[in-house]
Ligand binder design. Structure first.
Ligand SMILES: [Zn+2]
Ligand SMILES: [Zn+2]
Length: 208
């Protein structure tokens, strides 16, 4: 008999690499989106061998489909729902998850990296530095500003006049680096022609 104080798991049982199940409680957290997984919501468990032993890392099934579709495919091939203590009554068809994955991939590709320059789509937005409107069709520069979101810091995009960029980069809550700025702006703004980019950079001026 063992007298180990807390070993709830039977020793070295062979655990399957994947489990798909309705969450048995609301206590697990999705490793992809970091939000809680509500009880009964479908989740994918991926077996991980860590320093504290072997166990499952949980992901919302939908989050897993978006970010690690290959593993979802494997789990489906192995019919991982049969590994659940209580197998879920139904799981979405794989081609539905494939679509989720493709859409999210597409979105990620289209998302622009800060900093970038673009023509202002309307005349309604104000420059976050000088608070004046940015004229429709004129070039604006999108920088990052650190904002508190719950208890973590996120980067929010802010619209800035090119001639207000240098001063904004010196603000304490600006999360865009002045170092290498021109190069980053250029490579993140692929739709902007070289001539326009030159003009924007001239207007931005010297950042030293
Ligand atoms: Zn998630
Ligand atoms: Zn301005």
């Amino acid at each position: 008999m063992s007298d180990t104080p807390s070993a709830p798991e039977p020793p070295e049982q062979e655990l399957p690499p994947y489990v798909i199940e309705g969450a048995r409680s609301s206590r697990s957290r999705c490793k992809t989106c970091r939000r809680g997984i509500d009880k009964d919501t479908l989740r994918l468990g991926i077996l991980i061998e860590g320093p504290y032993g072997t166990g499952y890392m949980w992901h919302h099934l939908k989050c897993a489909a978006k970010r690690r579709f290959e593993q979802v495919t494997e789990a489906y091939e192995q019919e991982a729902w049969n590994n659940a203590k209580t197998p879920p009554e139904n799981v979405p068809p794989l081609d539905k998850l494939q679509k989720l994955h493709n859409d999210s991939d597409q979105q990620r590709k289209e998302r622009k990296q800060i900093p970038y320059a673009e023509p202002a789509p309307s005349g309604r937005a104000r420059c976050k530095h000088c608070n004046e409107f940015i004229e429709k069709g004129s070039m604006r520069v999108v920088l990052g500003r650190a904002v508190e979101f719950g208890n973590q810091m996120r980067t929010a995009p802010i619209n800035i006049h090119p001639h207000c960029v240098a001063k904004t980069l010196q603000e304490e809550d600006c999360s865009t680096e002045a170092e290498g700025f021109a190069g980053n702006l250029h490579s993140n703004s692929r739709e902007v022609s070289t001539v326009t980019m030159e003009a924007v950079l001239t207007e931005i001026g010297d950042l030293e």
